[in-house]
Design a protein. Structure first.
Lengths: 344, 299
């Protein structure tokens, strides 16, 4: 074993020599990069350990996680986040029992009502208004609810755009094109300021749900285009085969087109939800105190004034970690889907 | 489906859709009448009575709202075009490094790409503005013989001044978009088959010449559509200017809404100005695309 390792190490070094120091130009560039990296890394290391004042992060950890959620009820969002994390770990490296693998999807979908119940309260828990929601909890909630809601909406839009009825086709393609040419912040602004104007007097939707609605409007247009790409890449022979088996139009859509289109569009769809996770930060400008909003309000506190770098580095690493976890989960999902494909 | 069925289905959807629109618009008129604002565009020609820090054309607070909006549109265009150029240059550099043979360079650019792509743009913009430019102390002047000076007010370069808001936005947008452009360019280069590399090498062309004359022209048709969509994203992302206080079209609309309360009208103005921007970018890129296809045909 060790022999092989040493041998492969030697090959690796030979390859390194070939790629890094093949000619004068490459050698100078490689040396320059090595020097630059070591200077940068040592500076960053010194700053992280000695110069940075991490009190602005450590003393506000509950704020970053839960916003202004009442202190005695913080265990509720904490339970939710921890259950999400545990479920991710379980999905990635849990045992490969069949019944477990089958029920994982149910468990993932079940986290949404669980989260809403834990946040809203009621049925034995004290109710908490949505204006107290904040921090990472709110960021996750916005992402999860908007992506779940925009998936069916996006599928319907994509199917309508492929429809043979000209009116339906025109309406959905206009909607998709307009949504895709408008900046997200304008749509979110629409959600926060204009939706109340379109509602009859007496009906009000709270800010969080208006934000989720606006995100859904926006993201579903993008998802529709991704799914349309999937639909278009299904060969027409599939539809002919389904027709010759006697399936009707709705059965063809349900059992032939949608499963295949979703599988093809899966990488694009997961990218959309990672993008959505990052874009929830825009709500910080529009008055929700999600993760970035918490950072801004902490920086406005006179006790921590001017400590921009610490807060931004901390927030960036939190976002980075969360996005990386989402990307790893997405890759896992893609692999599972492709394994299923092999059975055909 | 039978033709009758099709017509009835469409008619039904038509009625539902426009019925819904009618209800919403009715709600809107009731709500607007209640607030006493109404719906008209005559306010566009009233004096704006706010000052703009950044205006490429002369602007005073007695100029009209319409002029302010036009200035905002120009400001948007200015930051979009300049960061488009910078992002393309940076992205090309990083994309080439990522696709190249030097694994150390490839590793660095891969790290750059994941860090930039996995953090929100808004956070990056705030970082560049509050840490990068406002973080500079007043006494931290970097001056070179009165030609070039950097301070927390911005950069002055032989008479031309760039505000720190503009520069932070420029830097943030370019760096963010460059990571995406780099991936597009890498994809384009990888889409050229290995045989082409081997062919030009066996013909005795140097690496640089072969890359520029053989590989790049074949990669461009795969790169241009990706670039266009990144440019459109850049244009849309430029509306985050409001976070650093740069007066682009969105920020000016926001100010006007706060002043006049005309949210619906301003939203329409915003939509129209964005449709114009998108048309401008897609048409320019289309011309560019045609030029490239043409040059390939004749060569």
């Amino acid at each position: 074993m060790s022999k092989i390792n040493i041998y492969s190490l030697i090959i690796h070094f030979k390859n390194l020599k070939k790629t890094l120091f093949s000619n004068l130009f490459n050698t100078t560039i490689s040396f320059l990069i090595i020097v630059l990296i070591s200077v940068a890394l040592s500076n960053i290391f010194v700053w992280l350990i000695f110069n940075a004042n991490w009190k602005v992060v450590t003393s506000n950890l509950p704020l970053y996680a839960f916003g202004s959620f009442p202190a005695n009820a913080r265990w509720r969002p904490a339970t939710w986040i921890i259950s999400l994390l545990l479920l991710s770990i379980f999905t990635l490296c849990g045992p490969k029992w069949k019944w477990l693998q089958k029920n994982l999807l149910v468990a993932w979908i079940g986290t949404i009502p669980l989260g809403l119940y834990l946040l809203y309260g009621g049925f034995g828990l004290s109710p908490i208004m949505s204006r107290h929601w904040g921090g990472l909890t709110l960021t996750i909630l916005l992402t999860v609810c908007s992506s779940i809601l925009s998936l069916p909406f996006g599928i319907i839009l994509a199917l309508c755009r492929q429809s043979s009825l000209p009116l339906i086709k025109k309406l959905s393609s206009t909607y998709i094109d307009v949504m895709r040419s408008v900046p997200l912040i304008a749509v979110l602004f629409f959600g926060q300021l204009l939706i109340p104007l379109f509602l009859p007097i007496g009906i009000e939707i709270d800010r969080v749900w208006r934000a989720i609605f606006a995100f859904t409007l926006f993201v579903s247009a993008y998802i529709a285009e991704d799914i349309r790409g999937g639909l278009q890449s299904i060969p027409y022979t599939q539809i002919e085969a389904a027709k010759s088996l006697g399936l009707n139009q709705y059965q063809i859509i349900q059992f032939v087109l949608i499963p295949q289109a979703l599988r093809i569009a899966l990488p694009a769809l997961t990218n959309q939800s990672i993008g959505l996770f990052q874009n929830t930060s825009l709500m910080a400008i529009l008055g929700l105190v999600e993760l970035l909003g918490v950072g801004r309000s902490i920086l406005a506190n006179p006790e921590f004034i001017g400590q921009y770098i610490e807060v931004y580095v901390w927030l960036a690493s939190v976002y980075w970690m969360a996005c990386t976890i989402m990307a790893i989960l997405a890759r896992h999902l893609e692999q599972r889907m492709s394994i299923n494909q092999a059975y055909f | 489906m039978k033709i009758n069925q099709k017509i009835f289905l469409q008619l039904g959807i038509f009625i539902i859709f426009f019925g819904l629109m009618g209800i919403l618009i009715n709600n809107l008129t009731v709500n607007l009448a209640r607030t006493g604002i109404g719906f008209n565009f005559s306010w566009l020609f009233k004096p704006a009575s706010f000052a703009l820090a950044e205006h490429p054309l002369p602007f005073t607070s007695s100029d009209s709202y319409a002029w302010a909006l036009f200035i905002g549109w120009l400001n948007s265009l200015k930051v979009i075009v300049s960061s488009l150029i910078l992002a393309t240059l940076l992205g090309a550099l990083i994309g080439f490094a990522r696709a190249g043979k030097n694994s150390l360079l490839g590793f660095i650019s891969a790290a750059y790409i994941t860090i930039i792509r996995q953090t929100p743009l808004l956070l990056q913009l705030m970082f560049w503005y509050f840490v990068g430019f406002l973080g500079l102390k007043d006494n931290m002047f970097i001056q070179l013989k009165n030609i070039f000076s950097v301070s927390n007010q911005g950069i002055e370069f032989s008479g031309l001044t760039f505000s720190s808001e503009f520069l932070a936005l420029l830097l943030g947008l370019s760096i963010f978009t460059s990571a995406f452009i780099a991936e597009v360019i890498r994809g384009g280069i990888l889409s050229v088959s290995r045989g082409q590399w081997e062919a030009f090498r066996s013909l005795g062309l140097s690496e640089r010449k072969g890359f520029i004359r053989i590989i790049l022209p074949q990669a461009l048709p795969a790169i241009i559509p990706g670039l266009t969509s990144q440019y459109l994203n850049l244009a849309k992302n430029s509306t985050l200017a409001i976070a650093v206080g740069y007066s682009d079209i969105y920020a000016i609309n926001d100010t006007i809404i706060n002043q006049t309360g005309r949210a619906i009208e301003c939203f329409i103005v915003l939509l129209v100005s964005f449709l114009l921007l998108n048309l401008l970018i897609t048409n320019t890129m289309e011309i560019f695309n045609k030029l490239i296809l043409k040059s390939r045909k004749y060569s």
